[in-house]
Design a binder for this molecule. Structure first.
Ligand SMILES: Nc1ncnc2c1ncn2[C@@H]1O[C@H](COP(=O)(O)OP(=O)(O)OP(=O)(O)O)[C@@H](O)[C@H]1O
Ligand SMILES: [Mg+2]
Length: 284
C-alpha cells in the first residue's frame, strides 16, 4: 500500500500571527529534503490554501480566479488533481524543487453560504485529500483565522498541528480557544496531534509587567509544548512574499537572507523530527 501523506495544519484563531508564512515556508523547506537518508528523491509536498484571503496562493504568485480552485473541489465540481498546480524553484547547486498547490480564491466565501445544503460538508476536504494522500510525503494546510466551516474541514483531516504565536499577551490569550477546539472535536472525526506552538517575531520587544520582563516561552510552555526554534522578525519575509518566492529559494536566488533562512530551516527540521518521534511512538 502507498504510504499516506502526513497532513500538517498551521492554525490559530487569530489573524496575523504567521500561519501563512509558516505554511508556505515549511512546505518549501520540506520540498528540499530527501524522502529518507537513502533516497535520491525529494519529498513531494502539497500546500493547501483553505483561507478566503488566499494569502498562500498569492505568496506563490498563483492567484487566478479564472482557474478552478479549492472551492470547486469542495463543491465536487472538479477533481482535486485537476485543481492542483505545480511550481518549480531553483535551489542553488542542489537543483530544482517542486511544490504543488491547491489554490484558493475569493469565491471560497460561498462555501460557508452553501454549507447547509450540502451532504457531509465538514468532510469535503478530507474526501478530496484522501484521493491524493498517497502521492505526497507531506500536505501542509494554511488555515483561516476564523472558526468557520473551512476550519472544520481542515481540522477533520489534520494529523499534526503547528500553532504560530506572537510573544504578546493578546496572542497568548488566543491559544486556549484553538487548543480547546482541537481537543473537543467530535469523537467520530480524526483527532490530530498538536506538535506545539512556535514563537514568531521573537525579536519583538519583551512584555513587561511592573517593569519586570516576562519570559514568554515559559508562559506558553505552562500550557503547551513550545518548539525550540523561534522565528525572528525579518523584512525578508515581506520581500519574499512580494517576489512570490518562498524563503529557501529566495535565499539561493535573489538575496542572501541567512538569518531567516536558518531559522525557517531549523523550524522545518524540528517539525520533521517531532513528527518522526510521534510516529515512532504510535507504531512502536
Ligand atoms: N517573522 C516575521 N517577520 C516579519 N514579518 C512577518 C513575520 N511573520 C509574519 N510577518 C508578516 O506579518 C503579516 C501576517 O503574517 P501571516 O499572513 O503569515 O499571518 P496569518 O496568521 O496567516 O494571518 P491571517 O490570519 O490574516 O491569515 C504578513 O504581512 C507577514 O509578512
Ligand atoms: Mg494567513
Amino acid at each position: 500500500m502507498r504510504r499516506k501523506a502526513k497532513i500538517i495544519s498551521c492554525s490559530l484563531q487569530k489573524g496575523g500571527v504567521g500561519k501563512t508564512i509558516f505554511a508556505v515556508n515549511i512546505a518549501a523547506f520540506l520540498s528540499t529534503y530527501r524522502r529518507s537518508r537513502y533516497s535520491r528523491f525529494r519529498n513531494r509536498v502539497l500546500l493547501v490554501d483553505i483561507d478566503t484571503h488566499s494569502s498562500a496562493t498569492k505568496y506563490l504568485g498563483a492567484y487566478d480566479d479564472s482557474r478552478d480552485s479549492i472551492f470547486e473541489v469542495l463543491m465536487r465540481k472538479t477533481s482535486v488533481k485537476d485543481a492542483i498546480q505545480t511550481f518549480s524553484y531553483e535551489f542553488g547547486r542542489f537543483g530544482v524543487c517542486q511544490i504543488d498547490l491547491l489554490p484558493s480564491n475569493e469565491i471560497l466565501h460561498h462555501f460557508e453560504k452553501q454549507w447547509s445544503e450540502l451532504s457531509n460538508p465538514e468532510l469535503r476536504l478530507k474526501e478530496a485529500l484522501d484521493k491524493v494522500a498517497g502521492d505526497y510525503e507531506y500536505i501542509i494546510i494554511d488555515c483561516p483565522p476564523e472558526s468557520d466551516s473551512l476550519l472544520t474541514n481542515a481540522f477533520n483531516c489534520t494529523d499534526y498541528y503547528i500553532l504560530p504565536v506572537l510573544p504578546d499577551a493578546n496572542s497568548f490569550q488566543e491559544l486556549a480557544p484553538t487548543i480547546s477546539q482541537i481537543r473537543n472535536l467530535p469523537t467520530s472525526t480524526n483527532h490530530g496531534t498538536i506538535l506545539g506552538c512556535v514563537i514568531n517575531e521573537s525579536s519583538k520587544r519583551p512584555i513587561k509587567v511592573n517593569d519586570e520582563v516576562i519570559d514568554i516561552k515559559s508562559l506558553y510552555s505552562d500550557i503547551l509544548t513550545v518548539f525550540d526554534t523561534s522565528i525572528p522578525t525579518s523584512s525578508f519575509i515581506d520581500n519574499s512574499f512580494a517576489e512570490c518566492i518562498p524563503i529557501p529559494f529566495y535565499h539561493y536566488g535573489i538575496h542572501k537572507c541567512p538569518r531567516i533562512f536558518g531559522a525557517m530551516r531549523t523550524l522545518s527540521k524540528e517539525v520533521v523530527a517531532r513528527i518522526d518521534e510521534k510516529e515512532r511512538v504510535k507504531y512502536a
